[in-house]
Write a protein that binds this ligand. Structure first.
Ligand SMILES: Nc1ncnc2c1ncn2[C@@H]1O[C@H](COP(=O)(O)OP(=O)(O)O)[C@@H](O)[C@H]1O
Ligand SMILES: [Mg+2]
Length: 337
């Protein structure tokens, strides 16, 4: 019975800060044994959700259960289940990695020997052995972030909360952190991470919830979401700005979708119409069409959609802008299951 309890269940979760509604009836159900990513632009409510799970904010409405414990009714039970790593690494730079972890373990109430054991386990888990004896001031960004993950693991939480774990990291460090997070998930820790990088959700998540203006706008296994919304984009840059409308017309004719035109950079782009129309096939048709219209092409290519484009598809408005009125466009119902 106990392994049937969902990892997280949010229903109509609402959190307000004064006049700002940060979570506006947020729904989510996620099982254990998977890596869950909350994906959304800045200001969408991701950190607020993490803080609600960590019992650090009090919801104004709705319910939230963490491994069966109600955050409002039994916050202490919730806190026992979780570890939290924030956007900024809380690491003492003058101490070594090992000392940092041992200190954290002592703060968790471990005696000296148990603290040493917990620290060693975490160092192993995060592959920090080579640097554990060095002062943290000398660590790379990725090493520091991994140590911070480690600090949130010494209490052996069943749920690890990672709020934007790679924001601000260089690409190499980002890959290091991804590898560490993947390792933790494989070793059996439930992970909830937030991100505004589509690519990060893509790399790591089994289950993705897309959040916008405090609501879940789409949810499901990543492969399913990608099949529905993650379609290829064809982008053309014309050599002669005057030919941009002709290029847009070709894109529209081939894909049946409305192209986006950006006169400033002489570019037009379009989402490939359906999952059954692969980007490469459509690209060939676009090239033929452009040649037929004597459009001279500066650059052309097929690429994965940006988060911005996924958002546009889902919500009818661009990601990254806040506080604008609800679009009349397509809004997928919060299909969190
Ligand atoms: N402590 C706070 N006081 C007032 N407004 C807040 C506070 N925390 C968050 N907000 C607002 O709530 C909304 C959601 O914020 P947040 O959860 O931090 O979004 P995200 O993490 O997705 O960027 C934003 O409009 C933000 O400005
Ligand atoms: Mg945030």
């Amino acid at each position: 019975m106990s392994d049937q309890v969902p990892l997280l269940e949010a229903s109509g979760l609402t959190v307000r800060f004064g006049k700002v509604t940060a979570l506006d009836g947020f729904d989510l159900v996620a099982g254990t044994g998977q890596l869950l990513a909350i994906l959304g632009p800045n200001g969408a409510g991701k950190t607020t959700f993490v803080r609600a799970v960590a019992t650090l904010v009090r919801p104004a409405g709705g319910t939230l259960r963490v491994l069966g414990h109600d955050v409002a009714g039994d916050p202490i039970a919730v806190r026992r289940e979780i570890g939290l790593a924030g956007q900024f690494a809380a690491v003492e730079p003058t101490m070594t990695g090992l000392e940092n972890l041992q200190m954290t373990a002592r703060l968790f109430g471990h005696r000296r020997r148990a603290a040493a054991r917990a620290a060693a386990t975490v160092i192993d888990l995060l592959d920090l052995g080579a640097v554990a004896g060095r002062r943290c001031a000398t660590y790379s960004g990725g090493q520091r972030r991994r140590l911070d993950l480690g600090a949130s693991l010494v209490g052996a939480p069943r749920l690890l909360l990672l709020d934007e774990p790679t924001t601000g990291l260089d690409p190499v460090s980002r890959r290091e952190v991804w590898a560490a997070v993947r390792g933790l998930a494989q070793a059996g820790t439930n992970v909830l991470l937030t991100t505004h990088y589509l690519e990060e959700a893509d790399e790591l998540a089994d289950h993705v919830v897309i959040i916008d203006h405090g609501r879940a706008v789409a949810a499901g296994p990543l492969a399913e979401l990608k099949a529905n919304i993650g379609r290829d984009v064809i982008e053309v840059e014309v050599s002669q700005p005057g030919q941009l409308p002709a290029a847009a017309q070709v894109l529209s004719a081939v894909t049946g979708s409305e192209p986006r035109v950006d006169p400033l950079v002489h570019r037009a782009s379009v989402t490939v119409g359906s999952a059954s129309q692969p980007g490469a096939a459509a690209l060939a048709a676009v090239l033929t069409g452009l040649a037929g219209q004597h459009v001279s092409v500066g650059e052309i290519g097929v690429r994965r959609p940006t988060l911005d484009e996924v958002f546009l598809t889902l919500t009818g408005h661009r990601a990254g802008r806040q506080g604008q009125p609800e679009s009349a466009g397509r809004r997928l119902q919060g299909s969190a299951r």
